[in-house]
Design a binder for this molecule. Structure first.
Ligand SMILES: [Fe+2]
Ligand SMILES: [Fe+2]
Ligand SMILES: [Fe+2]
Length: 284
């Protein structure tokens, strides 16, 4: 099999992981703070590791990781129905990995896919268990349908955080500068925290997080990446600052300020990296 074909298959796997991550996070956030929600979040984190491994493999083959998201199953009236949907998601993943393991010849990639497959089988078992557990414990959908200024701010924040998570991950995979790569990975994890905080707050305030993103910068040159990242950070730091001033609830004010401070830190970190990258460009 040629490289191109392998890249296409791995990108399909990547899109499946992407869908699973968001589907499981939506479920976990909607369930509030219980034990089951924590376990589902832990599964989502394992899917993030799969996402990471697949993306790195795609890059090592000379490909570009896809930022598209596969099909999600976000319907269902009760938590146990959601869990049934998560079982189905895992079953699809298992079938796909089994097929791709057969079609891919490269032994390292085969090994990686087998490793991921074994996780998916274990997740399927976990979700099957959660179907009955949710029924027994009467786990509830804690989301509301409130629409107000606060919900709007949270919506905006979630959309932004999801966008930069994808953007920084893609930049981390495509840059050849090791320092930039490390920082991008680190800050993507920090943005994931923001996404979690805002989503939990959203459910708290009786809204419903819909996790969608806006345009992701897909520059391939490190200087262009950093310029785009600094631009977006400056803009959102100002937005968070304005929102923190406008909202009246103290808990939300505090959360928005905390995130703003992180974003300002990101501006500084990325600006330092850009300066160094520009200097290196001049030396070359
Ligand atoms: Fe996975
Ligand atoms: Fe953030
Ligand atoms: Fe940031």
């Amino acid at each position: 099999m040629d490289k191109k074909k392998a890249i296409a298959l791995l990108n399909q796997d990547l899109e499946g992981e992407h869908a699973a991550i968001i589907q499981y996070l939506v479920h976990a956030y909607a369930m509030g703070e219980g034990e089951m929600a924590c376990e589902i979040e832990a599964i989502a984190r394992e899917e993030m590791r799969h996402f990471d491994w697949l993306a790195e493999t795609i890059v090592s083959l000379g490909g570009i990781p896809s930022i598209r998201r596969g099909e999600m199953r976000t319907g269902g009236e009760s938590v146990s129905e959601w869990m049934r949907n998560d079982v189905l998601q895992e079953k699809d993943a298992i079938t796909m990995y089994q097929q791709h393991i057969k079609s891919i010849g490269n032994p390292q990639i085969k090994r990686l896919l087998k490793r991921i497959l074994s996780d998916e089988k274990s997740h399927r078992g976990d979700f099957e268990h959660f179907v009955t557990k949710a029924q027994k414990e009467g786990a509830r959908d804690l989301r509301g349908s409130r629409q107000n200024k606060v919900i709007k701010v949270l919506d905006w924040g979630i959309e932004h955080e999801y966008t930069v998570i994808l953007q920084y991950l893609i930049h981390s995979y495509l840059t050849v500068n090791e320092d930039v790569k490390k920082q991008m990975e680190d800050q993507a994890i920090n943005e994931m925290q923001h996404l979690g905080w805002l989503s939990e707050k959203m459910v708290n305030k009786k809204g419903a997080p819909r996790i969608e993103h806006t345009k992701v910068d897909q520059s391939t040159k490190t200087v262009d990446m950093l310029r785009a990242d600094i631009k977006i950070e400056k803009k959102v730091a100002a937005e968070y600052d304005r929102a923190a001033r406008e909202v009246t609830e103290p808990d939300l004010k505090e959360l928005l300020r905390r995130i703003r401070d992180h974003e300002l830190y990101h501006v500084d970190v990325f600006s330092d990296l850009l300066r160094k990258e520009e200097e290196r460009g001049r030396d070359r």
